[in-house]
Design a protein around this ligand. Sequence first.
Ligand code: ADP
Ligand code: MG
Length: 262
Amino acid sequence: MSDDSIYQQLRSHLAYLRLGAAAEALPAELEDAAKAKLGHTAFLERLLDIEVAATEERRRASLERFASLPSPWRLDDFDFDAQPTVDRALVNELGTLRFLEDATNVLFIGPPGVGKTMLAVGLGHASVAAGYRTYYTTAADLAARCHRAALEGRWATTMRFFAGPRLLIIDEVGYLPLASEAAAALFQVITQRYLKSSTVLTTNLGIASWGRIFDDPTIAVAMLDRLLHRSVVLNIDGESYRMRAHRARADNLRKAVTTTNT
Ligand code: ADP
Ligand code: MG
């Protein structure tokens, strides 16, 4: 076989095996290898390294899409000085994702605007970057989805879906009261993940008020029992970051006005 037809054969092998990145890089890599007098092993390693990198990138992008995180916030973006009630060391420890190993849950509790969603999303991005299947939802969306699933006879599939991710983020528990069906859905999701995989949950309600979210206080107690059994609870009780920004703007305006007036 001529060099040319061996080359064509190699291209078609790579295409058949769907090694697209390697196929695309082949001409340039062959040229470089000839120039650098690379051995067969080194050349093949370089070519497959390109394919491995492309596969990892595709996998990461697909995890990222699946995760449905609502914003690009990272833990590094969090301004700890602005929120002194947040334990920086604890958040950094959570950022190592060791809590995923023993299915520890994380609860962010605090009033609106203190950064609960930001921290939960930051953990989500860290988890995606580490290659874990991650999924973000709000309590309201989870309830709506389970409601539709029940109507359409897809309850079991939907429950399996929420059992799947290594990290499930359920944002905004307690903002809206949950009807008994929705509470039952949330309870089942928490129960089937219990001791298997971690759930990060954010809520504006202190634990003592959880009875209020659910019609049935026994469900609230049973759910808290499972959530808290192995958990990290962060109570964030500073002022709203949004309000802070508004106030800073208002203060600056006021200062500007008073300076021009005097
Ligand atoms: P919550 O979920 O507690 O209501 P969010 O996480 O949505 O609050 O935060 C509200 C807004 O303020 C967001 O734009 C968020 O990025 C910002 N924010 C809140 N806390 C901080 C912080 N400590 N550092 C930087 N941005 C913050
Ligand atoms: Mg929020």
